[in-house]
Design a protein around this ligand. Structure first.
Ligand SMILES: [Zn+2]
Length: 467
Protein backbone atom coordinates (compact mmCIF):
# COMPACT_ATOMS: atom_id res chain seq x y z
CA UNK A 1 0.00 0.00 0.00
CA UNK A 2 1.17 3.54 -0.59
CA UNK A 3 0.04 6.99 0.42
CA UNK A 4 -1.57 7.35 -3.04
CA UNK A 5 -3.69 4.24 -2.40
CA UNK A 6 -5.01 5.83 0.74
CA UNK A 7 -2.57 4.26 3.22
CA UNK A 8 -3.09 6.41 6.28
CA UNK A 9 -0.29 4.73 8.22
CA UNK A 10 2.38 7.16 9.30
CA UNK A 11 6.06 6.90 10.00
CA UNK A 12 7.13 6.53 13.62
CA UNK A 13 6.67 9.77 15.55
CA UNK A 14 9.33 11.01 17.94
CA UNK A 15 7.31 9.58 20.85
CA UNK A 16 7.29 6.14 19.21
CA UNK A 17 11.00 6.36 18.45
CA UNK A 18 11.73 7.26 22.06
CA UNK A 19 9.59 4.37 23.31
CA UNK A 20 11.39 1.91 21.00
CA UNK A 21 14.76 3.24 22.14
CA UNK A 22 13.73 2.73 25.78
CA UNK A 23 12.77 -0.88 25.00
CA UNK A 24 16.07 -1.41 23.18
CA UNK A 25 17.98 -0.07 26.19
CA UNK A 26 16.09 -2.38 28.56
CA UNK A 27 16.88 -5.56 26.60
CA UNK A 28 19.82 -7.78 27.52
CA UNK A 29 22.67 -7.70 25.01
CA UNK A 30 22.10 -10.30 22.31
CA UNK A 31 24.86 -12.89 22.66
CA UNK A 32 23.78 -14.54 19.40
CA UNK A 33 22.98 -17.80 21.13
CA UNK A 34 19.36 -18.03 19.96
CA UNK A 35 20.33 -17.36 16.35
CA UNK A 36 22.99 -20.09 16.58
CA UNK A 37 20.49 -22.55 18.07
CA UNK A 38 17.84 -21.65 15.49
CA UNK A 39 20.32 -22.29 12.65
CA UNK A 40 21.94 -25.40 14.08
CA UNK A 41 21.50 -28.59 12.06
CA UNK A 42 20.13 -26.86 8.95
CA UNK A 43 19.74 -29.36 6.11
CA UNK A 44 17.90 -27.42 3.43
CA UNK A 45 14.66 -25.68 2.52
CA UNK A 46 12.51 -24.54 -0.37
CA UNK A 47 12.79 -20.94 -1.62
CA UNK A 48 11.04 -18.54 0.80
CA UNK A 49 9.27 -21.57 2.34
CA UNK A 50 6.74 -20.78 -0.34
CA UNK A 51 3.69 -23.07 -0.44
CA UNK A 52 1.36 -21.51 -3.02
CA UNK A 53 -2.02 -20.51 -1.69
CA UNK A 54 -1.19 -21.40 1.91
CA UNK A 55 2.09 -19.96 3.13
CA UNK A 56 5.15 -17.91 2.24
CA UNK A 57 8.00 -16.16 4.01
CA UNK A 58 8.55 -13.92 0.98
CA UNK A 59 6.61 -10.88 2.31
CA UNK A 60 8.95 -10.85 5.32
CA UNK A 61 12.10 -10.14 3.30
CA UNK A 62 12.14 -6.68 4.95
CA UNK A 63 13.43 -8.42 8.11
CA UNK A 64 16.85 -8.70 6.49
CA UNK A 65 17.41 -4.93 6.58
CA UNK A 66 17.83 -2.53 9.50
CA UNK A 67 15.05 -2.26 12.09
CA UNK A 68 12.61 0.48 11.09
CA UNK A 69 11.49 2.79 13.91
CA UNK A 70 7.93 1.51 13.65
CA UNK A 71 8.95 -1.93 15.02
CA UNK A 72 9.54 -2.82 18.65
CA UNK A 73 13.17 -4.04 19.00
CA UNK A 74 12.21 -7.20 20.87
CA UNK A 75 9.55 -8.08 18.30
CA UNK A 76 12.13 -7.39 15.57
CA UNK A 77 14.55 -9.90 17.08
CA UNK A 78 11.89 -12.58 17.51
CA UNK A 79 10.58 -11.92 13.98
CA UNK A 80 14.06 -12.48 12.54
CA UNK A 81 14.46 -15.73 14.47
CA UNK A 82 11.05 -16.90 13.25
CA UNK A 83 11.99 -16.08 9.65
CA UNK A 84 14.59 -18.89 9.56
CA UNK A 85 13.01 -21.82 7.74
CA UNK A 86 13.74 -25.30 6.50
CA UNK A 87 14.54 -28.80 7.68
CA UNK A 88 16.82 -29.05 10.73
CA UNK A 89 18.44 -32.03 12.41
CA UNK A 90 17.61 -31.92 16.13
CA UNK A 91 19.68 -35.05 16.77
CA UNK A 92 20.32 -37.98 14.42
CA UNK A 93 16.89 -39.55 13.83
CA UNK A 94 14.93 -36.45 14.92
CA UNK A 95 14.20 -33.69 12.36
CA UNK A 96 12.07 -30.56 12.41
CA UNK A 97 10.66 -28.39 9.69
CA UNK A 98 10.40 -24.84 11.04
CA UNK A 99 9.12 -21.66 9.44
CA UNK A 100 6.54 -23.42 7.20
CA UNK A 101 3.68 -22.29 9.45
CA UNK A 102 3.31 -20.68 12.87
CA UNK A 103 4.21 -24.05 14.45
CA UNK A 104 6.83 -26.79 13.94
CA UNK A 105 6.35 -30.24 12.45
CA UNK A 106 8.75 -32.89 13.77
CA UNK A 107 9.72 -36.19 12.16
CA UNK A 108 11.08 -39.14 14.16
CA UNK A 109 12.82 -41.89 12.27
CA UNK A 110 11.10 -45.18 13.07
CA UNK A 111 12.00 -48.69 11.98
CA UNK A 112 9.86 -48.47 8.82
CA UNK A 113 8.91 -44.85 8.35
CA UNK A 114 8.35 -41.42 9.81
CA UNK A 115 6.52 -40.68 13.05
CA UNK A 116 5.05 -37.19 12.65
CA UNK A 117 4.61 -34.86 15.62
CA UNK A 118 2.12 -31.99 15.09
CA UNK A 119 1.21 -31.74 11.39
CA UNK A 120 0.92 -27.90 11.33
CA UNK A 121 -2.24 -25.82 10.82
CA UNK A 122 -3.14 -26.84 7.29
CA UNK A 123 -2.48 -29.64 4.82
CA UNK A 124 -0.40 -27.88 2.14
CA UNK A 125 2.57 -26.79 4.32
CA UNK A 126 2.47 -30.15 6.15
CA UNK A 127 2.71 -31.95 2.79
CA UNK A 128 5.55 -29.65 1.70
CA UNK A 129 7.42 -30.42 4.95
CA UNK A 130 6.94 -34.17 4.47
CA UNK A 131 8.20 -33.89 0.91
CA UNK A 132 11.28 -32.02 2.16
CA UNK A 133 12.18 -34.61 4.82
CA UNK A 134 11.59 -37.43 2.32
CA UNK A 135 13.85 -35.75 -0.23
CA UNK A 136 16.67 -35.01 2.22
CA UNK A 137 16.42 -37.84 4.78
CA UNK A 138 14.66 -40.75 3.10
CA UNK A 139 11.46 -41.51 1.22
CA UNK A 140 9.56 -43.45 3.86
CA UNK A 141 5.87 -43.80 4.74
CA UNK A 142 4.21 -42.08 7.70
CA UNK A 143 3.78 -44.75 10.34
CA UNK A 144 2.23 -42.73 13.21
CA UNK A 145 1.08 -39.21 14.09
CA UNK A 146 1.25 -37.60 17.53
CA UNK A 147 -0.77 -34.50 18.45
CA UNK A 148 0.92 -32.74 21.38
CA UNK A 149 -2.23 -30.76 22.21
CA UNK A 150 -5.63 -29.54 21.21
CA UNK A 151 -4.82 -26.31 19.35
CA UNK A 152 -5.45 -26.19 15.61
CA UNK A 153 -1.87 -25.24 14.65
CA UNK A 154 -0.86 -28.72 15.89
CA UNK A 155 -3.44 -30.96 14.21
CA UNK A 156 -5.17 -29.05 11.38
CA UNK A 157 -2.77 -30.14 8.61
CA UNK A 158 -3.01 -33.91 9.15
CA UNK A 159 -4.41 -34.54 5.66
CA UNK A 160 -1.09 -33.33 4.30
CA UNK A 161 0.70 -36.33 5.88
CA UNK A 162 -1.98 -39.06 5.95
CA UNK A 163 -4.31 -40.20 3.18
CA UNK A 164 -7.93 -41.24 3.80
CA UNK A 165 -6.68 -44.82 3.23
CA UNK A 166 -4.01 -44.46 5.95
CA UNK A 167 -6.72 -43.27 8.33
CA UNK A 168 -9.11 -46.10 7.37
CA UNK A 169 -6.37 -48.67 7.91
CA UNK A 170 -5.80 -47.31 11.41
CA UNK A 171 -2.36 -45.70 11.32
CA UNK A 172 -1.89 -44.74 15.02
CA UNK A 173 -2.91 -41.15 15.79
CA UNK A 174 -1.86 -40.51 19.37
CA UNK A 175 -3.19 -37.65 21.54
CA UNK A 176 -3.59 -36.75 25.20
CA UNK A 177 -6.85 -37.81 26.84
CA UNK A 178 -9.54 -35.16 26.39
CA UNK A 179 -7.99 -33.97 23.12
CA UNK A 180 -11.10 -34.23 20.99
CA UNK A 181 -13.40 -32.59 23.52
CA UNK A 182 -10.97 -29.69 24.02
CA UNK A 183 -10.33 -29.27 20.28
CA UNK A 184 -14.05 -29.18 19.58
CA UNK A 185 -14.80 -26.82 22.46
CA UNK A 186 -12.10 -24.28 21.62
CA UNK A 187 -11.74 -24.49 17.86
CA UNK A 188 -15.18 -25.62 16.67
CA UNK A 189 -17.88 -24.48 19.12
CA UNK A 190 -16.00 -21.32 20.03
CA UNK A 191 -14.27 -21.39 16.66
CA UNK A 192 -15.82 -18.29 15.16
CA UNK A 193 -15.05 -16.22 18.22
CA UNK A 194 -11.53 -17.67 18.52
CA UNK A 195 -10.68 -16.98 14.90
CA UNK A 196 -12.29 -13.53 14.91
CA UNK A 197 -10.29 -12.53 17.94
CA UNK A 198 -7.16 -14.22 16.61
CA UNK A 199 -7.47 -11.92 13.60
CA UNK A 200 -7.16 -8.93 15.91
CA UNK A 201 -4.52 -10.50 18.15
CA UNK A 202 -2.19 -11.66 15.35
CA UNK A 203 -2.97 -8.89 12.87
CA UNK A 204 -3.18 -11.47 10.09
CA UNK A 205 -5.18 -9.22 7.78
CA UNK A 206 -2.74 -6.34 8.00
CA UNK A 207 -0.30 -5.86 5.13
CA UNK A 208 2.96 -7.67 5.88
CA UNK A 209 5.44 -4.83 6.14
CA UNK A 210 7.24 -2.69 8.74
CA UNK A 211 4.05 -0.72 9.46
CA UNK A 212 1.78 -3.73 9.50
CA UNK A 213 2.13 -7.39 10.36
CA UNK A 214 5.68 -8.25 11.47
CA UNK A 215 5.40 -11.44 13.54
CA UNK A 216 3.19 -13.25 16.05
CA UNK A 217 5.84 -14.20 18.60
CA UNK A 218 5.17 -17.93 18.31
CA UNK A 219 5.92 -17.73 14.62
CA UNK A 220 4.97 -15.55 11.69
CA UNK A 221 1.29 -16.43 11.58
CA UNK A 222 -0.95 -19.35 10.70
CA UNK A 223 -1.02 -20.92 7.26
CA UNK A 224 -4.20 -20.67 5.24
CA UNK A 225 -4.57 -24.06 3.56
CA UNK A 226 -6.99 -26.94 4.16
CA UNK A 227 -7.75 -27.60 7.83
CA UNK A 228 -9.10 -30.90 9.18
CA UNK A 229 -9.80 -32.43 12.55
CA UNK A 230 -9.15 -36.18 12.50
CA UNK A 231 -9.95 -37.98 15.75
CA UNK A 232 -7.07 -39.74 17.47
CA UNK A 233 -7.26 -43.53 17.87
CA UNK A 234 -4.75 -43.88 20.73
CA UNK A 235 -5.32 -41.95 23.94
CA UNK A 236 -2.60 -41.14 26.46
CA UNK A 237 -4.30 -41.17 29.83
CA UNK A 238 -1.57 -41.01 32.46
CA UNK A 239 1.96 -39.93 33.22
CA UNK A 240 4.48 -42.73 32.88
CA UNK A 241 2.46 -44.42 30.13
CA UNK A 242 4.74 -45.81 27.43
CA UNK A 243 4.08 -46.76 23.82
CA UNK A 244 6.24 -48.27 21.12
CA UNK A 245 5.48 -46.66 17.77
CA UNK A 246 7.21 -48.08 14.70
CA UNK A 247 9.93 -49.54 16.94
CA UNK A 248 10.45 -46.29 18.87
CA UNK A 249 9.72 -46.12 22.61
CA UNK A 250 7.90 -43.06 23.92
CA UNK A 251 7.44 -42.16 27.61
CA UNK A 252 4.56 -39.75 28.20
CA UNK A 253 3.77 -37.09 30.77
CA UNK A 254 0.22 -35.74 30.60
CA UNK A 255 -0.06 -32.01 31.39
CA UNK A 256 -3.78 -31.12 31.39
CA UNK A 257 -4.79 -27.46 31.83
CA UNK A 258 -1.40 -26.04 31.03
CA UNK A 259 -0.92 -24.29 27.69
CA UNK A 260 -4.00 -26.18 26.46
CA UNK A 261 -6.74 -28.10 28.29
CA UNK A 262 -5.35 -31.36 26.80
CA UNK A 263 -1.59 -31.43 26.34
CA UNK A 264 1.36 -33.78 26.92
CA UNK A 265 5.16 -33.87 26.97
CA UNK A 266 7.08 -36.98 26.00
CA UNK A 267 10.57 -38.44 25.88
CA UNK A 268 12.20 -40.73 23.31
CA UNK A 269 14.82 -42.65 25.35
CA UNK A 270 16.47 -44.14 22.22
CA UNK A 271 17.22 -40.62 20.97
CA UNK A 272 17.61 -38.88 24.34
CA UNK A 273 15.13 -36.36 22.92
CA UNK A 274 12.46 -34.61 24.95
CA UNK A 275 9.41 -33.00 23.34
CA UNK A 276 7.96 -30.26 25.56
CA UNK A 277 4.93 -29.62 23.32
CA UNK A 278 3.99 -25.94 23.73
CA UNK A 279 4.81 -25.95 27.43
CA UNK A 280 8.40 -24.69 27.01
CA UNK A 281 8.89 -22.39 24.06
CA UNK A 282 11.39 -19.58 23.55
CA UNK A 283 9.23 -16.75 24.85
CA UNK A 284 6.99 -16.03 27.81
CA UNK A 285 3.67 -17.56 26.85
CA UNK A 286 0.61 -15.49 27.62
CA UNK A 287 -1.62 -16.86 30.36
CA UNK A 288 -4.58 -14.55 30.00
CA UNK A 289 -4.87 -14.68 26.27
CA UNK A 290 -6.56 -11.79 24.45
CA UNK A 291 -7.62 -14.07 21.60
CA UNK A 292 -10.36 -15.71 23.64
CA UNK A 293 -8.67 -19.04 24.32
CA UNK A 294 -9.19 -20.38 27.82
CA UNK A 295 -7.29 -18.61 30.58
CA UNK A 296 -4.27 -20.79 31.37
CA UNK A 297 -3.61 -22.13 34.83
CA UNK A 298 -0.11 -20.94 35.74
CA UNK A 299 -0.12 -23.08 38.86
CA UNK A 300 -0.77 -26.30 36.94
CA UNK A 301 1.70 -25.20 34.29
CA UNK A 302 4.48 -24.68 36.86
CA UNK A 303 3.63 -27.98 38.54
CA UNK A 304 4.03 -29.97 35.32
CA UNK A 305 7.28 -28.27 34.33
CA UNK A 306 8.63 -29.13 37.74
CA UNK A 307 7.50 -32.72 37.19
CA UNK A 308 9.13 -32.77 33.72
CA UNK A 309 12.38 -31.61 35.30
CA UNK A 310 12.22 -34.51 37.70
CA UNK A 311 11.20 -37.10 35.09
CA UNK A 312 13.39 -36.18 32.14
CA UNK A 313 16.06 -33.60 32.89
CA UNK A 314 18.78 -36.14 33.72
CA UNK A 315 18.06 -38.19 30.60
CA UNK A 316 17.29 -35.84 27.75
CA UNK A 317 20.30 -34.56 25.84
CA UNK A 318 18.13 -32.44 23.57
CA UNK A 319 14.79 -30.68 24.08
CA UNK A 320 12.51 -29.51 21.29
CA UNK A 321 9.04 -28.01 21.21
CA UNK A 322 6.18 -27.32 18.85
CA UNK A 323 7.29 -23.74 18.28
CA UNK A 324 10.78 -22.20 18.09
CA UNK A 325 14.19 -23.88 18.22
CA UNK A 326 15.68 -26.65 20.41
CA UNK A 327 18.02 -26.65 23.41
CA UNK A 328 21.05 -28.91 23.19
CA UNK A 329 22.95 -30.70 25.97
CA UNK A 330 21.70 -32.12 29.27
CA UNK A 331 22.75 -29.09 31.25
CA UNK A 332 21.04 -26.61 28.91
CA UNK A 333 17.85 -28.68 28.97
CA UNK A 334 17.85 -28.55 32.75
CA UNK A 335 18.64 -24.83 32.87
CA UNK A 336 15.99 -23.95 30.30
CA UNK A 337 13.31 -26.00 32.06
CA UNK A 338 14.24 -24.31 35.35
CA UNK A 339 13.99 -20.87 33.76
CA UNK A 340 10.56 -21.55 32.31
CA UNK A 341 9.50 -22.94 35.67
CA UNK A 342 10.63 -19.72 37.39
CA UNK A 343 8.63 -17.63 34.89
CA UNK A 344 5.52 -19.75 35.36
CA UNK A 345 5.94 -19.47 39.15
CA UNK A 346 6.15 -15.69 38.87
CA UNK A 347 3.16 -15.60 36.54
CA UNK A 348 0.97 -17.41 39.08
CA UNK A 349 0.32 -14.18 40.91
CA UNK A 350 0.10 -11.99 37.84
CA UNK A 351 -2.95 -13.73 36.42
CA UNK A 352 -5.11 -13.14 39.50
CA UNK A 353 -7.77 -10.63 38.56
CA UNK A 354 -10.25 -12.21 36.22
CA UNK A 355 -13.63 -11.13 37.33
CA UNK A 356 -14.84 -7.70 36.34
CA UNK A 357 -15.00 -6.21 39.79
CA UNK A 358 -11.49 -7.32 40.68
CA UNK A 359 -10.08 -6.17 37.38
CA UNK A 360 -11.55 -2.70 37.79
CA UNK A 361 -9.87 -2.43 41.14
CA UNK A 362 -6.51 -3.68 39.90
CA UNK A 363 -6.40 -1.61 36.73
CA UNK A 364 -5.73 1.98 37.49
CA UNK A 365 -8.38 2.42 40.14
CA UNK A 366 -5.93 1.58 42.93
CA UNK A 367 -7.41 4.35 45.05
CA UNK A 368 -5.54 3.25 48.15
CA UNK A 369 -2.21 4.18 46.61
CA UNK A 370 -3.20 7.85 46.31
CA UNK A 371 -2.68 10.48 48.97
CA UNK A 372 -5.71 11.03 51.20
CA UNK A 373 -5.78 14.69 50.26
CA UNK A 374 -6.34 13.69 46.62
CA UNK A 375 -9.38 11.56 47.36
CA UNK A 376 -12.85 13.04 47.75
CA UNK A 377 -15.56 11.59 49.95
CA UNK A 378 -17.45 10.65 46.79
CA UNK A 379 -14.36 8.76 45.49
CA UNK A 380 -14.21 6.80 48.72
CA UNK A 381 -17.94 6.03 48.56
CA UNK A 382 -17.73 4.87 44.93
CA UNK A 383 -14.77 2.71 45.71
CA UNK A 384 -16.51 1.25 48.75
CA UNK A 385 -19.52 0.28 46.63
CA UNK A 386 -17.33 -1.40 44.04
CA UNK A 387 -15.08 -3.27 46.45
CA UNK A 388 -17.83 -4.26 48.88
CA UNK A 389 -20.66 -4.80 46.42
CA UNK A 390 -22.86 -2.55 48.60
CA UNK A 391 -25.32 0.18 47.64
CA UNK A 392 -25.14 2.33 50.78
CA UNK A 393 -22.39 4.65 51.99
CA UNK A 394 -19.55 3.86 54.35
CA UNK A 395 -20.27 4.93 57.93
CA UNK A 396 -16.57 5.02 58.66
CA UNK A 397 -13.54 5.00 56.36
CA UNK A 398 -10.13 3.97 57.54
CA UNK A 399 -7.25 4.65 55.16
CA UNK A 400 -3.61 4.51 56.09
CA UNK A 401 -0.23 3.40 54.95
CA UNK A 402 2.45 1.77 57.05
CA UNK A 403 6.09 1.91 56.22
CA UNK A 404 9.06 0.49 58.02
CA UNK A 405 9.83 -3.12 58.62
CA UNK A 406 6.62 -4.11 56.88
CA UNK A 407 5.05 -1.99 54.23
CA UNK A 408 1.34 -2.09 53.62
CA UNK A 409 -1.71 0.01 52.84
CA UNK A 410 -5.10 -0.42 54.43
CA UNK A 411 -8.36 0.92 53.09
CA UNK A 412 -11.35 -0.36 55.02
CA UNK A 413 -14.95 0.68 55.47
CA UNK A 414 -17.66 0.07 58.03
CA UNK A 415 -20.97 -0.12 56.16
CA UNK A 416 -23.77 2.26 57.02
CA UNK A 417 -26.42 -0.43 56.94
CA UNK A 418 -26.37 -3.59 58.96
CA UNK A 419 -25.52 -6.61 56.74
CA UNK A 420 -28.49 -9.02 56.61
CA UNK A 421 -26.25 -11.90 57.65
CA UNK A 422 -24.49 -10.07 60.46
CA UNK A 423 -25.18 -12.82 62.99
CA UNK A 424 -24.54 -15.79 60.72
CA UNK A 425 -21.60 -17.58 62.37
CA UNK A 426 -20.46 -19.00 59.00
CA UNK A 427 -20.16 -15.60 57.42
CA UNK A 428 -16.68 -15.11 56.03
CA UNK A 429 -14.48 -12.02 56.32
CA UNK A 430 -14.73 -9.50 53.50
CA UNK A 431 -11.24 -8.07 53.36
CA UNK A 432 -9.41 -8.57 50.09
CA UNK A 433 -5.69 -9.11 50.05
CA UNK A 434 -3.53 -7.46 47.40
CA UNK A 435 0.20 -7.66 46.86
CA UNK A 436 1.56 -4.61 45.06
CA UNK A 437 -1.87 -3.77 43.59
CA UNK A 438 -2.43 -7.32 42.35
CA UNK A 439 -5.48 -9.04 43.79
CA UNK A 440 -4.48 -12.24 45.56
CA UNK A 441 -7.43 -13.55 47.57
CA UNK A 442 -10.52 -12.63 49.53
CA UNK A 443 -10.16 -15.64 51.80
CA UNK A 444 -7.15 -14.53 53.76
CA UNK A 445 -9.04 -14.02 57.06
CA UNK A 446 -7.05 -10.92 57.86
CA UNK A 447 -9.32 -9.60 60.59
CA UNK A 448 -10.68 -11.47 63.62
CA UNK A 449 -14.04 -13.08 62.91
CA UNK A 450 -16.06 -10.62 64.99
CA UNK A 451 -14.92 -7.85 62.63
CA UNK A 452 -16.18 -9.70 59.57
CA UNK A 453 -18.63 -6.91 58.67
CA UNK A 454 -15.68 -4.65 57.78
CA UNK A 455 -15.15 -4.27 54.03
CA UNK A 456 -12.06 -3.18 52.14
CA UNK A 457 -8.58 -4.33 51.40
CA UNK A 458 -5.01 -4.65 52.55
CA UNK A 459 -2.21 -4.21 50.02
CA UNK A 460 1.20 -5.42 51.09
CA UNK A 461 4.52 -4.96 49.38
CA UNK A 462 6.23 -7.54 51.56
CA UNK A 463 4.36 -10.79 51.16
CA UNK A 464 6.19 -13.29 49.05
CA UNK A 465 4.57 -13.47 45.65
CA UNK A 466 4.07 -17.21 45.48
CA UNK A 467 1.80 -17.74 48.39
ZN1 LIG B 1 0.76 -23.59 19.01
Amino acid sequence: MSEANGDARKDATSATRAAQAAVAASLPADDGQDFALARRGFLGSIPDADVPGAWSQRPFAFLEGERPDTINPSLWRQARLNALHGLFEVTPGVYQVRGFDISNITFIQGREGWIVIDPLTSAQPAAAALELVRRLKGDRPVTAVIYTHSHVDHYGGIMGVLSPDDIARGVPIVAPEGFLQAAVAENVLAGNVMSRRATYMYGGLLPKDPRGHVDSGLGKGTSTGKVALVAPNVSVTHTGQTLTLDGVDVVFQVTPDTEAPAEMNFHFPQFGALCMAENCTCHLHNLYTPRGAQVRDAKAWAFYIDEALEMFAGQASVMFASHHWPRFGKEDVRVDLSEVLAKAEAAKTRTGPCDEEERQVADGAALWTKAKSDISEEDYADFYRSVAGQFDKPALTLHYRAEGRHEYSVLTFIPETKPFDLFDPDRKGRIKLYVRRVFITDEAEILPRYLRFVRGLVDSADLTLNM
